[in-house]
Design a protein around this ligand. Sequence first.
Ligand code: GUN
Ligand code: ZN
Length: 376
Amino acid sequence: MEDLGGKLLMPGMIDAHVHYPQTDIIASPASGLLPWLNTYTFPEEGCFDDPEYATEVAGFFLDTLLAGGTTTAAVYCTVHPQSADAFFAQSEKRNMRMIAGKVMMDRHAPDFLLDTAESVAAQSETLIQRWHGKGRQLYALMPRFAPTSTDAQLRLTGELAAAYPDVFIQSHVAENRDEIKWALELFPGSRSYLDVYERFGLLRERAVYGHGIWFEDEDCQRMVQTGAVAALCPTSNRFLGSGLFDFLGADKARMPLAMATDMGGGTSFSLLQTMNELHKVARMGGTHLSVVRMFYLATLGGARALKLDGMIGSFAPGMEADFIALDPQATPLLARRIARTGTLEELLFAYAMLGGAQAVGGTWIAGKRFVPRGAS
Ligand code: GUN
Ligand code: ZN
């Protein structure tokens, strides 16, 4: 029996949008989203046609998530089906509750990263049958973002989404002004960028859209009415200079939200570090985002938005026992600051502002302690 005296136990955290193939290009300098994709992201993603390469990166990625207290994530793979197979196999080995899928792109990317509308249908069905509901694995359909899919590919994705209603969908939306302009040029007649996805049947429950920085009021309302979720990606949005999420607008509409790192556009694997930046982003927009709400968004709130709250996100009876222990002694400064806290709010705030991955003193997956590599 392990003595966890003094540590704070909480449910494992949920990262609603992250890219495992970008692990080794985190912190790559670029002048914005589109140059960053072309210079660093696409060349690196090309390596994931090699299952051995993909397996090694997936293992490191998952261990790094766990060490930082994240036990569930919605994870982009690459366009190669084998990148998804490698990821799910590593996740299954660790018995983690993960959402993942093959990325779809049939235009506006290097040739070595393109699939076709037709190949996507067969590949996705094979992967859904192989992985969705196998142990703790869950599948997501992932058109990368509207500009890299043709109408035909998005239409097919919508058909798959209708045929498999309990499968997830994830994509990017309204992240960057140049990207929005491009999307609207490619899909003329759309009311907005989000509307492109809606027209192809891709707004529904279990659909997770990263960023949504530049949503119009009607977009927020459509998200609410369809049950789609916005994944907040503050470290990425600031790193790539994409913009600041509009909490006032989102809250006015009561839009379902979840927290996300968006690593490698994001600069950290840690959701505690992400809280640090999220709080400041909200502040810049005139909102005081309470720390209790940030912890909620990273746990039960995220689970509810993803319709996974019957499995994860809380300590309610019957939940899968994914949990973490935060360590007040993790760093000398954290220990000193926590010694001065008087309320739960102050305590959580200290973890959010000063904690990061190093504040996580233990992670349990389905009740079993995760042992970091090199520690056994
Ligand atoms: N838009 C399309 N692809 C990506 C990606 O990989 N990262 C981010 N942040 N935005 C994107
Ligand atoms: Zn992303």
